[in-house]
Design a protein around this ligand. Structure first.
Ligand code: C2E
Ligand code: CA
Ligand code: CA
Ligand code: CA
Length: 280
């Protein structure tokens, strides 16, 4: 009755307090989060396109803020990069992820050999100390470097190809695998692409999200898959949300896929449940 002409509703709106301005974290907040261990990691399954079997997990960081709830990485990774806290975050993620990964590799041996993907920032490119810490963490948790895939965005790798080559080569020498993330959004020259020691191309979510409706997106995905195959790299499609896209990826021979169609990123408890079901 009241809502028919909208008046009382509008009055009620006016009486309602203004929403609190969105929390904008600062460097000190992030430092506190690191000190008090408010960062946590969720894991998204990555599956073989052809069989649907689990291939590996990608670690994605979250910030559990005591007053502001869960903060997603796009809201604090750029800040961490500017403030020089990004290596501390990478190490915090590995500290959390490696013991879990070691446990899951044993508990879910029947699923086959799993990989663990970790996102690494371009800002870490010049820091050889970081690699020593990563190697130490692997040794302590008993995870072989050959199970770890470091993902670097295409833009980062191509912006500073010399720094990228140095860090990436060092990682390769230790046996770690490398993946070119958000592929298709930057402008890699073919020459740089073959020079950098990547073993995986991750097709950017923007193409995958529109695959079901856009002929152009499908053409880009097919092209990247063919390129990966010719260069001896695995291709992974990220952000797969519908089964038509999954079917298309199978048809063109894309190797791996990730997305809400298979699973969202999960906490360790929920992931263990997911893997139990996956075993059935
Ligand atoms: P990314 O590496 O490209 O990760 C993929 C993002 O897509 C993740 O967002 C994931 O939750 C989301 N996603 C996965 N499947 C789907 C889907 O089917 N639909 C949709 N709409 N989204 C999907 P998230 O976790 O918010 O991470 C955003 C970005 O933050 C990441 O993009 C990565 O660049 C960065 N990031 C996350 N964790 C870390 C980290 O530990 N270190 C660094 N340096 N960067 C990180
Ligand atoms: Ca990634
Ligand atoms: Ca990506
Ligand atoms: Ca991205």
């Amino acid at each position: 009755l009241f809502e028919a002409n909208g008046e009382p509703t509008r009055l009620a709106e006016a009486a309602r307090p203004l929403p609190a301005p969105a929390f904008k974290p600062g460097v000190a907040d992030l430092q506190t989060a690191l000190d008090q261990k408010h960062l946590f990691v969720v894991y998204q399954p990555k599956i073989h396109c052809s069989t649907g079997r689990l291939s590996g997990l990608e670690a994605l960081v979250r910030w559990q803020h005591p007053d502001h709830g869960i903060i997603t990485p796009d809201r604090f990774i750029p800040l961490a990069e500017e403030a020089g806290l990004i290596d501390a975050i990478t190490l915090a993620v590995l500290n959390d992820a490696l013991p879990w990964f070691a446990k899951w590799s044993l508990d879910y041996e029947k699923l086959g050999e799993l990989t663990l993907s970790i996102n690494i920032s371009a800002r870490s490119l010049g820091r050889p100390e970081l690699i020593d810490s990563i190697v130490n963490l692997c040794t302590h948790s008993g995870v072989s470097p050959s199970k770890l895939i470091f993902e670097l965005t295409e833009t980062a790798a191509m912006d500073e190809p010399v720094a990228a080559l140095t860090l990436l080569t060092r990682l390769r020498v230790h046996g770690f695998l490398l993946s070119l993330d958000d592929f298709g959004t930057g402008y890699s020259s073919m020459l740089q692409l073959v020079r950098l020691p990547f073993s995986e191309l991750k097709i950017d979510r923007s193409f995958v999200a529109s695959a079901a409706t856009s002929q152009e997106s499908r053409a880009v995905i097919r092209c990247i898959t063919d390129l990966g195959r010719s260069l001896g790299m695995k291709t992974t499609a990220e952000g797969v949300e519908d089964s038509a896209t999954h079917a298309y990826l199978q048809e063109i021979g894309c190797d791996l896929a990730q997305g809400y169609l298979f699973s969202r990123p999960l906490t360790p408890m929920l992931l263990a449940n997911w893997m139990d079901k996956h075993l059935e």
